[in-house]
Design a binder for this molecule. Structure first.
Ligand code: GN1
Ligand code: MG
Length: 363
């Protein structure tokens, strides 16, 4: 008898018959399974959150075009395109996803013998992480950015994220505003600062590039044997942006000394040693193509991306936790608090962060 499950595995061009389907990954937006068939073929199946990603044709066309471009670069580089980038498995009708009454699914070939890290195990890991995300941007330098669909408009427009927070606080649909006055005050006291990158883009100091926009450490796969970076994954938010979104978000998550939802804030800070290794890795790959504006604002970008993420978690908490998946009550508020603690810590470390970026970027 066929293996029964609600995931429409039989709607994709798979090699063999499904034998097992197990949940995997820990993203906050989509749900992911690993599928194995009787021929030993393995696939990654995802239920895509269409409340977040409303234009599935645009989204999958972006991913398809970007991965084809990156594959070609890997091939020219003598790499293994099948392991170093994602490969979409089309549905039987030729589409790049499959709509069912449960939702929208897509499939990729599974990249074997690879792992994602939640924390860098060493400074070297983090140096290599910066190089991998930097290289991804470099591979897309000659990609026609204007042809990408902006799947989530204003995704990293920090001032607009703050406006959304203000609206959520005004609506206060869950009656939670009274519990988060201190967090709101902290965020809105930094409203002017929040516009640093959007102003840089508007003035031309920050050139528009194709960026990943979600460079959490766990969106990079490492080869299990060599423990070196293998593939940049989770390409849903690849869109035009500034390189500093990727640098900043990489630090926000990877240089934090505690988990994103840590409840003991005394454990949360930004590790300057990890920051330095990330700058060193980033500079070694992107240094030559960076504009002066990018260099000058680099050290501020982690703080802006972290403030933005804190504002997004708080917006979701005030709105009833409808965007980021949660596994316990109050988790989005805890996430917000870690981000704000990081912002405060980065403020204290600003001079040192600037000194380090000057040292490696020579400006
Ligand atoms: C989400 O899906 P995931 O967990 O990789 C979010 C990012 C946030 C991140 C915070 C599409 O990323 O923007 O920075 O959570 N992705 C989307 O952990 O909103
Ligand atoms: Mg992810």
């Amino acid at each position: 008898m066929a293996f029964r499950h609600p995931v429409p595995v039989d709607q994709f061009h798979l090699d063999g018959t499904l034998r097992s389907l197990r949940p995997c990954g820990n993203g906050h937006i989509n749900r992911t399974w690993r599928a194995v068939t009787d021929t030993g073929a393995e696939y990654l199946i995802q239920l895509v959150n269409t409340d977040v990603f409303r234009d599935m044709d645009g989204l999958m066309s972006n991913i398809s075009r970007v991965t084809q471009h990156v594959r070609e670069k890997i091939r020219l580089d003598g790499g293994d395109p099948d392991r170093e980038t994602m490969l979409i498995v089309p549905a039987l009708d030729g589409k790049l996803y499959c709509m069912t009454k449960e939702g929208c699914y897509r499939a990729y070939h599974f990249i074997r013998n690879a792992i994602a890290l939640e924390k860098p195990r060493s400074a070297e890991d983090f140096y290599l992480t910066a190089r991998a995300f930097g290289k991804f941007q470099q591979q897309l330098l000659d990609f026609p950015a204007a042809e990408l669909v902006e799947v989530i408009p204003d995704f990293h427009n920090t001032p607009k994220r703050l406006e959304a927070l203000r609206y959520a606080a005004t609506m206060d649909v869950m009656g939670r505003k009274k519990d988060v006055e201190a967090e709101l005050e902290f965020i809105f006291a930094r409203q002017e600062f929040a516009g640093t990158l959007t102003r840089g883009i508007a003035s031309g100091a920050l050139p528009l590039r194709v960026t990943h926009n979600d460079t959490k450490l766990n969106n990079l796969l490492f080869d299990q044997e060599t423990m070196t970076p293998l593939a940049v994954v989770d390409l849903d938010t690849v869109m035009p942006g500034t390189s500093l979104y990727d640098f900043g978000d990489g630090i926000r998550y990877g240089a934090a000394t505690a988990a994103e939802d840590e409840m003991d804030l005394s454990l949360v800070s930004c590790d300057l040693e990890l920051y330095e290794h990330f700058v060193r890795g980033w500079a070694s790959v992107c240094g030559d193509t960076m504009s002066l504006g990018e260099k000058e604002l680099l050290h501020l970008s982690p703080r802006i991306l972290t403030l933005e993420c804190g504002a997004r978690f708080l917006t979701d908490y005030l709105s009833g936790d409808t965007y980021f998946s949660t596994s316990r009550p109050g988790q989005n508020l805890d996430r917000c608090r870690t981000q704000l603690k990081l912002v405060a810590d980065m403020e204290e470390k600003e001079a040192e962060m600037l000194r380090i970026s000057k040292e490696y970027l020579h400006f």
